[in-house]
Design a binder for this molecule. Structure first.
Ligand SMILES: Nc1ncnc2c1ncn2[C@@H]1O[C@H](COP(=O)(O)OP(=O)(O)OP(=O)(O)O)[C@@H](O)[C@H]1O
Length: 262
C-alpha cells in the first residue's frame, strides 16, 4: 500500500501536443495513424485517452515519450520540444517487464545505476516503501504476484522522479480486485506528488475514476472526437448518477448503442 510519509521531489510538467499527424509504412503502403491531434495537459493533471483498438493511442504515447518523432506537428513538455526519451518522462506498459535474474531492488535500481546516480539505493528503498514493497527488496520477479510485479514496475518509474508518467493500459493484465487497488494507489500517488499522467485505457470506468479529463478518439487514423472535462468530486463512486451519466456519454461517443451504454 502507499505510505503517506514518503515524498519524491517530482512535480508535474505540462504537455503540449500540437497538430500531430503520424503514419507508418512507405509511400506505396502508407498507414495513417494519427490525424491532426492537438491537446494540452496541464501540470499535475491526469488525462485518459480512450478509443477503439488499433486507433493509435499507444503510438501517441510513444511520441510523447520521445521514442519516435511525429511525422508532422510538434510535441512539447513545459513548452520545450520533445527531441528524444528522457527519464523525467516515463512510459509504463501492461507488462511489468522486470528482469527475471535481478532482485526487485536491483530491477528498480537499474536505471539509476546506468545513470551513475550515487544515492540510488536510498531512493530505491523509498520508492519500494512507497508502493508497499519495502519487505520484498530481495525477492525475485517470479516470487511476486501480478499486482506486486506491477507495483515494482511503478517503483522503477517513481525512483526516477518522473514529471510525466505515460501509462499504457498499466492494469490491463490484473484481476479486477487487484486492478481496483492499483487504481486507488495510482490516484493517491498522482494526487500526492502532483506528477502529470497520460493514461491509455480501454476501461471507461477506469478513465472516469482516475482522470481529470477524458479524450475520446475516433477509429484510425485517430482524431479527438470528444474532450470531456471530468470534474466529478473525489471520492468518485461508480454508482453515482453523474458517474453513470458520464460513462454512458463516453460509450455512446465510442459508438456503442444506447442499450449497451446503460
Ligand atoms: N511500428 C509500427 N509499424 C507499423 N505499424 C504500426 C507500428 N506500431 C503501430 N502500428 C499500427 O498503427 C496502428 C495503431 O497502433 P497503436 O498500437 O497505436 O493502437 P492502439 O490504439 O494503442 O491499439 P490498442 O488499443 O489495441 O492497444 C495499428 O494499425 C498498428 O498496426
Amino acid at each position: 500500500m502507499v505510505s503517506a510519509a514518503m515524498a519524491t521531489p517530482a512535480a508535474g510538467a505540462s504537455v503540449q501536443v500540437r497538430a500531430v499527424s503520424h503514419a507508418f509504412g512507405d509511400a506505396a503502403r502508407r498507414l495513417p495513424v494519427l490525424d491532426d491531434v492537438s491537446f494540452d495537459v496541464a501540470a499535475g493533471e491526469t488525462v485518459a485517452l480512450l478509443g477503439p483498438s488499433g486507433c493509435g493511442k499507444s503510438t501517441l504515447l510513444r511520441l510523447v515519450a520521445g521514442l519516435d518523432a511525429p511525422g508532422a506537428g510538434r510535441i512539447g513538455v513545459d513548452h520545450v520540444r520533445v527531441a528524444g526519451p528522457d527519464p523525467s518522462r516515463l512510459l509504463m506498459f501492461q507488462d511489468p517487464l522486470l528482469l527475471p535474474w535481478r532482485t526487485v531492488e536491483a530491477n528498480v535500481a537499474y536505471g539509476l545505476q546506468a545513470r551513475g546516480i550515487r544515492d540510488g539505493l536510498e531512493r530505491v528503498g523509498r520508492a519500494l516503501r512507497l508502493v508497499g514493497l519495502g519487505d520484498f527488496a530481495g525477492a525475485y520477479p517470479h516470487e511476486l504476484s501480478g499486482g506486486m510485479a506491477q507495483r515494482a514496475s511503478f517503483a522503477r518509474a517513481l525512483v526516477n522522479h518522473p514529471r510525466v508518467l505515460l501509462l499504457d493500459e498499466p492494469f490491463g493484465k490484473l484481476d479486477s480486485l487487484t486492478r481496483m487497488t492499483m487504481q486507488e494507489e495510482l490516484l493517491a500517488l498522482a494526487r500526492r506528488h502532483a506528477f502529470t499522467t497520460v493514461l491509455v485505457t480501454h476501461d471507461v470506468e477506469e478513465a472516469l475514476l482516475l482522470a481529470t479529463r477524458v479524450l475520446v478518439f475516433s477509429p484510425r487514423p485517430a482524431r479527438i472526437i470528444r474532450d470531456i472535462d471530468n470534474g466529478l468530486p473525489f471520492p468518485r463512486l461508480r454508482d453515482d448518477p453523474a458517474f453513470i451519466a458520464r460513462r454512458r456519454e463516453i460509450l455512446i461517443a465510442l459508438g456503442h448503442g444506447e442499450e449497451f451504454a446503460r
